[in-house]
Ligand binder design. Structure first.
Ligand SMILES: [Zn+2]
Length: 287
């Protein structure tokens, strides 16, 4: 009987830890709306809705019909950089394997409290090492999401780009950190809540080159300002528009709690409690 009580207590407390750590029970959208206010990399990079049909125009009863045409750079809003963007032999958007986009593990490296809004902050190798020491190794296909605390500036273009004497200024990833990332073949993508994985003032784009050189795709302008996103224990669905020759593409990114057989994490844990409870009863009965 003591065994039974201990078993139930252990499973319940494990579930409680998971629940209180994240409060993350529903899917989270990590993409921004794409519209005329979206801040482009260059001031004249715009999403444009160039044609609108909206009216009661379908005969015979004048039923409603609406249609827009849009024009946009590949690299606008929340988007994916295909390896081909900086690697001549790298994959284009439509060639990226589905298993690296769908239900990959999300790794949330949140350095907001160290950045303190400082645009010169650079994520270094030691930040990534510390993450793995705290939360464990990265052993399944994963996408790193680096949270610089920059997402709240997104809709204010000059604050987001950090313009200063015509140069952009926002945090980025260091060259040693990029090398650390490509040494782990389980890391298939890297996302940031800034306009670029390189620091804002870079004009050599070394981090882009190192990561795409290893066929790692990049996600930029990721909406990481959702406080429920835990350090790990969630999965990502990354859906770029399937552009055949795409060097990049606007992308929808969804984070969701892990699912096993379609059941949510909490349900699985309750089921585990039930199974262990029955097993304990049987064991007690055999004795
Ligand atoms: Zn890009």
């Amino acid at each position: 009987m003591i065994f039974l009580v201990l078993t139930i207590t252990a499973v319940v407390s494990a579930e409680t830890i998971i629940a209180t750590k994240s409060n993350f029970t529903k899917p989270i959208d990590l993409s921004y709306n794409l519209d005329e206010d979206t801040p482009g990399w260059f001031p004249d990079n715009h999403y444009a809705r160039i044609k609108i049909i909206a009216g009661n125009s379908i005969p015979p009863d004048n039923a409603w019909y609406a249609e827009n045409t849009f024009e946009a750079p590949e690299h606008i809003g929340t988007h994916l950089d295909a390896p081909y963007h900086f690697n001549k032999k790298g994959r284009k958007v439509a060639d990226i394997p589905l298993e690296t986009l769908f239900h990959v593990e999300g790794i949330h490296v949140d350095v907001t409290n160290e950045v303190h809004g400082e645009p010169k902050f650079v994520l270094d190798e030691h930040h990534l090492r510390r993450w793995t020491e705290t939360y464990g190794k990265i052993e399944s296909k994963s996408v790193l999401l680096i949270n610089f605390g920059w997402a709240n500036r997104y809709w204010n273009r000059s604050a987001y780009m950090g313009y200063n004497e015509n140069s952009r200024n926002f945090p980025g990833i260091s060259i040693p950190a990029a090398r650390w990332i490509v040494e782990n073949p389980n890391i298939v993508g890297v996302g940031v809540d800034t306009p670029s994985v390189d620091v804002g003032h870079s004009n050599t784009f070394d981090v882009h080159r190192i990561l795409t050189g290893a066929n790692v795709y990049l996600l930029e302008n990721v909406a990481l300002n959702n406080t429920y996103l835990p350090a790990r224990g969630f999965q990502l669905v990354v859906m770029p528009m399937k552009l055949t020759h795409g060097t990049g593409a606007p992308t929808r990114i969804i984070a969701s709690p892990y699912c096993i057989g379609g059941a949510g994490l909490a349900k699985v844990s309750k089921f585990a409690i039930f199974v262990m409870f029955v097993a304990s009863l049987l064991k007690a009965h055999v004795r």
